[in-house]
Design a protein around this ligand. Structure first.
Ligand code: AMP
Ligand code: GLY
Length: 423
């Protein structure tokens, strides 16, 4: 079989490593991939937003199956275009990907189908937003409607901050058209859990839960990033809570999408907050999370391609999806300064990896055979072990064997999860 994966970060590297376990795959391509992925797949310089380019490539190289991993191509209709060219895909069509690309859509869906989420107020005009912000409870959460590289959420503690965020989104248009509409949302509290689910539009198979660490600095300080590390499973996500989530959130969401004529196939990501009133949806993503995928897939026992094909064919109920016992930890090594300004172009020295260790490359390029840093989040040091405590230790010992100038990582990935286990 010929398989192509769209995207070029650590998440895509993790997907590619897992797919490679399947001997049916003869040729594996990454569009565009990156300098590190090049060790595991043939990287093709076609951008993840170049839909016409990927369709042409798929036709020319007799691609049998495509995995579309990032949000942009999904929202732009990559799956629709590939399907129209006769290529089976893992990932939702654009009409279903809207669950991530429009927060207004997602909020309306949850309201209509009574899926628990924070109360909110949708605004299409700045005056409306400013008026609401004059006497709403604080803190208040302000979200741009559209995709904003994970930066479209502001938690405002004061009215001035809230008004400034609304102005920045709606008047100054810092996220372009993504801020044409905004959602003003009630501030929720509680532990956060990420749950990725495979779904074929009917059957929902949750993956092992995980915990992201979104802030740049230790103790959850500093600016928000794309994610500085993850652990799986998330100790707050007990079997009892998992059942509640399945019954009140996962199945209702998948059924709602079907009822709306937007059946969702692929990976549906639930960003949850376990509030004192029960689990509530903070966000939906229409794809695998990054860096959640990097801790979830190493714990997957079942063949990934088989599951992905079943989501596309509507036969997920026939696949026995199994997970390894134990835990995994991912430490992101970033360029010092990320998510702000940082320097790149430094050579990366990679150690040998053991059986339960993985290094996934996120932001690096190959130049004359040398792997050089080329992004904010450079790579992921991942370890799986029988216990979370061991996985955390192993991930850090791996991270400490990787070297490049200006490397930075948080030193407390997993600390909160370990405290919860002990508590
Ligand atoms: P998002 O981009 O939607 O994942 O939001 C980024 C982060 O903002 C989330 O991971 C939460 O930590 C926080 N957040 C979003 N919505 C709320 C809310 N309603 N209450 C409290 N925190 C929130
Ligand atoms: N780690 C969160 C995301 O992928 O959006």
């Amino acid at each position: 079989m010929n398989v192509m994966v769209i995207g070029g970060g650590g998440r895509e590297h993790a997907i590619i490593r897992k797919l490679k376990e399947n001997p049916r795959i003869m040729n594996l391509y990454a569009l565009p991939g990156n300098g590190g992925i090049a060790a595991d797949a043939v990287c093709v310089p076609i951008g993840a937003k170049d839909i016409a380019g990927m369709v042409d490539f798929a036709r020319q190289h007799a691609i049998d199956f495509a995995v579309v991993a990032p949000d942009d191509p999904l929202a732009l209709g990559a799956v629709d275009a590939l399907n129209a060219a006769g290529i089976s895909c893992f990932g939702p069509t654009a009409s279903a990907a809207i669950i991530e690309s429009s927060k207004v859509f997602a909020k309306h869906l949850m309201k209509k189908y009574r899926i628990p989420t924070a109360d909110c107020h949708v605004c299409v005009r700045l005056e409306e937003a400013l008026e609401y912000l004059e006497d709403c409870p604080l803190p208040v959460v302000i979200k741009a409607d559209g995709l904003a590289l994970g930066k479209g959420v502001v938690i405002a503690k004061t009215r001035e901050e809230a008004a400034a965020a609304a102005r920045a989104m709606m008047e100054e248009k810092i996220f372009g058209e993504s801020g044409a509409r905004i959602v003003l949302e009630k501030f929720l509290t509680g532990p956060e859990v990420s749950v990725l689910c495979f779904t074929d539009g009917e059957t929902v198979v949750p993956m092992v839960s995980s915990m992201d660490h979104k802030r740049a600095l230790d103790n959850d300080e500093g600016p928000n990033t794309g994610g500085m590390g993850t652990v799986a499973p998330n100790p707050y996500y007990t079997p009892e809570i998992a059942k509640v989530c399945m019954d009140t959130i996962f199945l209702p969401t998948v059924r709602a999408m079907k009822a709306e004529g937007r059946p969702f196939r692929g990976c549906l990501y639930f960003g949850l907050m376990l509030t004192p009133e029960g689990p509530q949806v903070i966000e939906y993503n229409c794809r695998f999370g990054d860096p959640e995928t990097q801790v979830v897939l190493p714990l997957l026992e079942t063949d990934l391609l088989t599951i992905m094909e079943a989501t596309a064919n509507g036969t997920l109920d026939q696949v026995d999806v199994r997970w390894r016992d134990g835990a995994a930890c991912c430490v992101v090594l970033a360029s010092q300064g990320y998510p702000g300004k940082y320097e790149t172009g430094y050579p990366i020295q990679l150690p040998e990896t053991g059986e339960n260790e993985e290094i996934y490359i996120a932001g690096a390029k190959l130049e004359e055979g040398r792997l050089l840093t080329a992004g904010g989040r450079v790579l992921n040091a991942v370890a799986a072990a029988p216990t979370l405590s061991q996985a955390v230790d192993d991930a850090y010992s791996l991270a400490d064997r990787i070297h490049f100038t200006n490397a930075y990582c948080r030193r407390d990935i997993g600390r909160r999860a370990l405290a919860a286990l002990e508590g």
